[in-house]
Ligand binder design. Structure first.
Ligand code: MLT
Length: 393
């Protein structure tokens, strides 16, 4: 008898959104070798790591070259120095965490995908549209998913009134990828009190918190009661330019207990078996990124990208194209012109303007008719894309 495969994979799209885009762009480039393609699709940073981070990395590399300072396996949850540095980082949001509530990993994407392991067969609540990893990872595990529509009507911020009051694992992303919408304090209070009342767990993805301007919560733990119902996942990818360097964290407070079991202990058990820790050199780089100097250098990166976001927004305004985002988020979420479908607009932009973006439909059915542009390109590439939009859209 043939080996049985995980049939749940038949319920997900054949390829991951950003792999699909990369494949289409590769095909187009192969057929049009002179095309000067501008990539504003995947949210991948383009500025180099900052001086403070680089110097910490160099120092750590030198330590690895010397027998007295060499390190082998890193602790699977992160060295104490980085777990404490992350806990300290939260002080600026008036959130107090213990170092052992922080688990350091190689990426928010990995943690979001892996967190499914510690839950049983619950109802899963996912906003639509949203970062596709929430949906894909739960479908791979055969979970039942309830989508809550994020639309222009609710300002792309769905609230618990769309739910039936039963317990569920609820994914929230704020600032949202892809729409750029951000929950305010009152709205997050409603979510936290819903979770506490219904016995739900919120998985809060705060990967874009460094882009927030104004008085919005950066962490769900700024909301009273959240420690008893929420896991938070954050990353240095978009903040300090670590997309290629890889360092993120998951916070599971000690208070988060389900059926007498601490989720912190469960996740620790899962990580101990399946994860071998982030390399020492990278943890030192992450520690440097979280120092005062590191944070102020990262803020300059964010400023640069947000200038791109403003330039993209300006040209869309000029062209009377509806858009959102670009204020508390590096993403611009626009309505495809002339009622084009989102993949249709993707093809149009690629073929006529040689600009790559991300079709809204890739983030869920609710994204059909919308499109995402990232501000993570270089200023030069962004300006060139803008001049093409201006001339040809
Ligand atoms: C995105 O473009 O949505 C992100 O780059 C994906 C990710 O962070 O994994």
């Amino acid at each position: 008898m043939a080996i049985k495969l995980n049939k749940n994979f038949e319920n997900i799209k054949q390829s991951y959104l950003f792999s699909e885009i990369a494949a289409r762009v590769r095909k187009y480039s192969a057929e049009n070798s002179n095309a000067k393609i501008i990539r504003l699709g995947i949210g991948d940073v383009t500025l180099p790591l900052t001086p403070t981070v680089i110097s910490a990395m160099h120092k750590a590399v030198d330590e690895m070259a010397n027998q007295s300072t060499f390190r082998g396996y890193a602790p699977e949850y992160g060295y104490d120095f980085i777990r404490s540095a992350v806990a300290d980082y939260y002080k600026k949001f008036n959130v107090s965490l213990l170092a052992n509530e922080v688990f350091v990993s190689d990426g928010a994407k990995s943690d979001i995908g892996n967190i499914v392991d510690i839950f049983g067969d619950n109802d899963i609540v996912i906003p639509d549209p949203v970062y596709p990893v929430y949906m894909d990872s739960n479908l791979m595990s055969g979970r039942k998913i309830k989508l809550i529509l994020a639309s222009e009507e609710n300002d792309f911020l769905p609230m618990p009134d769309l739910l039936d009051g039963g317990s569920a694992v609820i994914y929230l992303c704020s600032p949202n990828n892809p729409t750029g919408a951000v929950y305010n304090r009152e709205q997050l209070k409603v979510w936290v009190s819903y979770a506490v009342k219904s016995g739900s767990v919120i998985i809060f993805d705060s990967a874009y918190e460094a882009y927030i301007k104004g008085n919005y919560p950066h962490s769900i733990y700024e909301i009273e009661g959240a420690k008893s119902c929420a896991i938070e996942i954050c990353s240095l990818s978009k903040t300090a330019g670590f997309t290629g360097t890889r360092c993120a964290w998951t916070v599971i407070p000690d208070e988060l207990v389900i059926d007498g079991v601490k989720l912190n202990t469960r996740w620790a058990r899962r990580q101990a078996t399946k994860f071998n820790g982030v390399p020492y050199v990278i943890q030192r780089a992450a520690e440097a990124a979280l120092t005062k100097q590191g944070q102020s250098e990262s803020a300059e990166l964010v400023k640069y990208y947000m200038n791109n976001a403003r330039l993209i927004s300006d040209v869309l305004k000029k062209k009377n194209i509806w858009y959102k985002g670009g204020i508390c988020s590096p993403y611009i979420w626009l309505k495809c012109p002339n009622n084009m479908g989102s993949w249709e607009f993707f093809d149009y932009l690629l073929e006529k303007l040689q600009v790559v973006g991300t079709p809204g439909e890739g983030f869920g059915k609710g994204g059909e008719g919308y499109f995402r542009l990232t501000s993570f390109g270089s200023l030069e590439a962004t300006l060139e894309a803008i001049s093409r939009f201006d001339a040809k859209l």
